[in-house]
Ligand binder design. Structure first.
Ligand code: 9MG
Length: 278
């Protein structure tokens, strides 16, 4: 399985890691750390050295309760960084945004993957990606970051998430985004209670069965805190455990803050899968 991201053809025959680079003052797990552009570039280079296959740049926090950021401010945060990274890194630069204006500017600056927690649902978003060679990650979310954890509600969370993502993938293909440019993500923690997150993890194979690469973002998330009682700064072991389980469940891209440890985890999962003939 390969993902076409502009000029890159990323080999996903075994799972890979996407390194997270939040340039926000308030991200839930690493708020403010990489707000300084020089530190952000150094961290991106370090993550690639640690084995990241993508770097995901985000300028708007998506943590539960987060408010939206004006488009000008988001552009100011991410575009110079995307440009610097695209000119320097050997791996695709991904832009984490819901805004078509940011998608277009980031693609023009060299981003070759759009990671959209709203699955290209904003007016003009489908067209912004379709008119480029960039890949897209379509994520499921119930509600909006500001209020999504107030009352998540599903009848059958796996069936509903799979149906939604299948619909959004079909919309992409109809708009001219080739199948080889599409990734699906169940959106762990986005309008989901612990039981929903666990059901989705256990049912990841049903999403993978749609035939698109699956991305899983579990790193440092609150479900780890709910199970282990650990605060966000002490969730490395939980994150690595979940990354391993997701890779064994069929995820091909693991979105993570702690790249080196996660790369080791997915290598272990891949070795076991190969031994099992999967
Ligand atoms: C931006 N962001 C935060 N968590 C995420 C997740 O789980 N998946 C994707 N695709 N993006 C995420």
């Amino acid at each position: 399985m390969r993902l076409t991201c502009g000029p890159f053809a990323v080999d996903l025959s075994t799972p890979v890691v996407m390194g997270v680079l939040n340039v926000t003052p308030d991200s839930f797990s690493d708020g403010g750390h990489w707000f300084d552009p020089v530190r952000a570039i150094d961290r991106a280079v370090e993550m690639v050295e640690e084995g990241a296959a993508f770097i995901d740049v985000g300028g708007e926090s998506t943590r539960p309760g987060a408010a939206t950021v004006p488009v000008d401010e988001e552009l100011r945060r991410v575009i110079p960084l995307v440009e610097a990274l695209a000119g320097r890194l050997t791996v695709p630069v991904s832009i984490d945004t819901r805004k078509p204006e940011v998608m277009r500017a980031a693609i023009a600056a060299g981003a070759t993957l759009v990671n959209d927690i709203a699955a290209l649902g904003a007016a003009g978003a489908l067209e912004a990606v379709a008119g480029s060679g960039a890949a897209v990650c379509l994520m499921h979310m119930q509600g909006e970051p500001r209020s999504m954890q107030a009352a998540p509600d599903y009848h059958d969370v796996v069936a509903e998430v799979v149906a939604y993502l299948q619909d959004r993938a079909a919309a992409c293909v109809a708009a001219g985004i080739a199948h080889e440019r599409v990734v699906l993500d169940p959106g762990f923690g986005f309008g989901k209670l612990l039981e929903h997150n666990l059901d989705l993890l256990a049912g990841l194979d049903r999403l993978a069965a749609l035939g698109f690469p699956v991305m899983a973002g579990l790193s440092r998330k609150s479900m780890i805190g709910q199970v282990t009682g650990r605060p966000v700064g002490e969730r490395l072991a939980g994150s690595v455990a979940l990354a391993t389980l997701a890779a064994l469940g069929g995820a091909r891209i693991i979105r993570a803050h702690d790249v080196a440890a996660t790369v080791d985890a997915v290598k272990i999962a891949a070795a076991l899968a190969a031994r099992q003939g999967r």
